[in-house]
Design a protein. Structure first.
Length: 128
C-alpha cells in the first residue's frame, strides 16, 4: 500500500529513511556494516565541541571518519570525528558494544537525542 504524500526526495521521505535505517542495521548486523550508534546524550565542552554519547550498535569508527548527525530541524549534518573517549580514556577507534563519547563540531542544542548516529552519509558537507 503506497504512503500518501511521500514524494521521492521530500523531507518526509528522508525522515522515513532515517527511521528505517535502524531496522535494516539490526536485521543485517555483521562485520561489514557501517558504524551506527543511538545518541543517548549530547553536551558541549567549551573550546572543544559537542560530545555525543551512546553504545556502538554496529561497525566501528575511527578519529577522522565522517558521521551523520541528525538534527532537530529535520536536517542531517555530516561532521568529522575529532575525538573518541571511553570512561575518560582517549581512543583512536570505537568498536561494536563499547559505550563511548564522540567529539564533533555541532551545536549540542540541535542534536536529536535518541536518533541514530551513523557513517552512511550522502552529504559531504563537513565545513561547518
Amino acid at each position: 500500500m503506497p504512503l500518501p504524500n511521500l514524494k521521492p526526495g521530500s523531507r518526509k521521505a528522508g525522515m522515513l529513511a532515517l527511521l528505517l535505517i535502524p531496522l535494516s542495521i539490526s536485521a543485517n548486523a555483521g562485520a561489514d556494516d557501517g558504524f551506527s550508534m543511538k545518541i543517548m546524550d549530547a553536551f558541549a565542552i567549551t573550546g572543544r565541541g559537542t560530545v555525543l554519547t551512546g553504545q556502538v550498535a554496529s561497525g566501528s569508527l575511527t578519529v577522522g571518519d565522517t558521521v551523520c548527525v541528525p538534527l532537530q530541524n529535520d536536517e542531517i549534518a555530516a561532521r568529522t570525528v575529532d575525538g573518541i573517549e571511553m570512561f575518560r580514556k582517549l581512543l583512536d577507534r570505537a568498536e561494536k558494544g563499547q559505550i563511548v563519547g564522540i567529539l564533533v563540531q555541532v551545536d549540542n542544542k540541535l542534536v536529536t537525542k535518541g536518533a541514530l548516529l551513523h557513517s552512511n552519509c550522502e552529504a559531504v558537507d563537513v565545513s561547518e
